[in-house]
Design a binder for this molecule. Sequence first.
Ligand SMILES: Cc1cc2nc3c(=O)[nH]c(=O)nc-3n(C[C@H](O)[C@H](O)[C@H](O)COP(=O)(O)OP(=O)(O)OC[C@H]3O[C@@H](n4cnc5c(N)ncnc54)[C@H](O)[C@@H]3O)c2cc1C
Length: 621
Amino acid sequence: MNAAVRIDPETGLKVFNTRAAKASEKIAGKGYSVVTDQKLTELPEMPAGATFNAEEQAKYLAFKEARRGAADYMAMEGEFKKYLDDVYSEPPIPREALDDECEILVVGAGFGGLLLWQKLSQAGFTDVRFCEKGGDVGGTWYWNRYPGIACDVESYSYLPLLDETGYVPSMKFASGFEILEHCQRMAQKFGFYDHCLFHTTVEATTWDEASGRWIVETDRGDKMRARFVVMANGILTAPKLARIPGMEKFKGESFHTSRWNYNIDLSGKRVGIIGTGATAVQAIPELAKVVGQLYVFQRTPSSIDVRDQRETTDEERETWAKEPGWARARRARFARISEVRAAVLANDDYLAGKIQDFKERKKHDRELSREELMQKQLDSSFRLMEQIRARVDAIVKDPKTAAALKPYYPYGCKRPTFHDEYLPTFNLPHVHLVDTAPRGVSEINERGVVHEGVEYPLDVLIYATGFQWMGTSTFNRIRGRNGRTLTEKWETEGTRTFLGLHTRGFPNLFIVTGPQGGGGSFNFTDVIYAHADYLVWVLQTMRERGARIVDVRKEPEDKYAEHCRVVDLATAPLRDCISYYNGEGKAAPGSLAYYGGRQWDKYRMEAQSSLAPYVFGGDPN
Ligand SMILES: Cc1cc2nc3c(=O)[nH]c(=O)nc-3n(C[C@H](O)[C@H](O)[C@H](O)COP(=O)(O)OP(=O)(O)OC[C@H]3O[C@@H](n4cnc5c(N)ncnc54)[C@H](O)[C@@H]3O)c2cc1C
């Protein structure tokens, strides 16, 4: 067997063999099924002419305000740390701690890390090292393996490097298990495994001015020096728990959805699931097929749009086999859709390039003011939400349950979800919706969940309570110039980046898909591609100029941060609810996701042509 760390005699670089084996063959599953009952795959008619009038606005406002401050999340620390254990892999491969240097160190082996490696290595950057907390590649798709998991952006546009690997996803919305396999395919094809230290968590990243290097320390005792550090550590990586009194008392089995415990046999059991966000919506129909009794504890309902899952057709396979670059072209078309619902419906004829546009564009008699345009958008969001609410009534038989499942906020304000089996699940006699609106579950005890004086005894309790958004959990461990952490900088100055990728005072550090950089696009892969291409450009530019250090100037950073604030505020009415996108209603405008759309490209192109935002420096020694 190969050593965990060895030297490649040709390049003199270290080569790693740290990928952990899968913990158990029980870890397997599928995503969305193809549903044949047409009634379940259609939304009811759109209520023509309905507007988001004062009465409806008041209803949305009351729905929002009742929940203000109810979200009380906590990190998994102390006795809850066990929920973070890697249940998917065999124990870490033993290896020596590293005390050496590489040119580029990347944190994370999800889509971001994998794509970066493919692009960097193609551009001739080979002294690249990856640190990944998990035992294998995949990131999101490594950690999330709950039953029913699938992507919500169509897989032909979402999965990276389809052209380069020759792979065609089996379904329009591939299961998470298939996506994980694709990640492994990408890693194998491009030699990623040789470069990655798995089961290695970066704990501190500190700039050393004297040497012009970052010092990267890990939980494996490594102390590595790197000229460049790339944070590709994801947007939804650190799981969180809702803080509920008595959680520590529960005597049954419990886990978070991002560490699904396949060693627990759920068949016939009394199972509770807390949370009804995007994960729960996918998992609940599958759970209901197995468990004895299912209790769904809901504080805020998700919008359940149609999924209309289908298999990839033979015709598509044949066409794409003859069409080099088909996936790239499709992703580019997908990126042109700026409206949430049009994007998620993913019109096949348009995406396949058979028709020129994805919908008929409305022509107005005169140019509309900004306010009028906003009202039009709010009205159409309202009509769509009316359809979504009508769908609940059309499918869910018990009127009280149906009423509780109806969301009152603009479409896309919370992560939109899609399912054709979720709503009918609530008609099953062993599935119980426990409406805990608006404040959430009040208590957990030894036996189960208690809400409003009623005890729900459980064998297993599953936390579908989501993730910290935008990697905010790691920024306190990055220490830049003058010993200041990223968190300290952003707490005192407000979130400040240039393009989301650079932040002044943190030279040679790049943040992929972080605050102000991504998140406003429906297809994260698009953002990851844009960031990876940009990063390769920066590194090549530096190589050409003989520069060793890059930082950004204050003015362009301030201007860009202001731009993020302005576009966030301008589009805020479309996202007027309490959600993780806006830090549960507490984040400063423009400090998290980026809502500027293609304006990001404008800023990028200007910077690339003038080079004005950058301060390039030489090697200090
Ligand atoms: C259930 C689910 C479904 C989703 N579906 C979609 C979808 O349909 N479409 C879409 O566009 N997006 C979707 N997303 C968002 C998804 O996260 C992104 O699309 C994409 O996979 C992110 O890739 P990434 O490489 O940037 O981050 P990740 O996939 O999160 O990978 C980051 C990696 O960094 C590692 N890491 C973090 N901190 C450290 C550290 N300190 N040291 C070492 N390693 C570290 C993590 O272990 C992780 O493996 C979904 C997210 C979830 C959770």
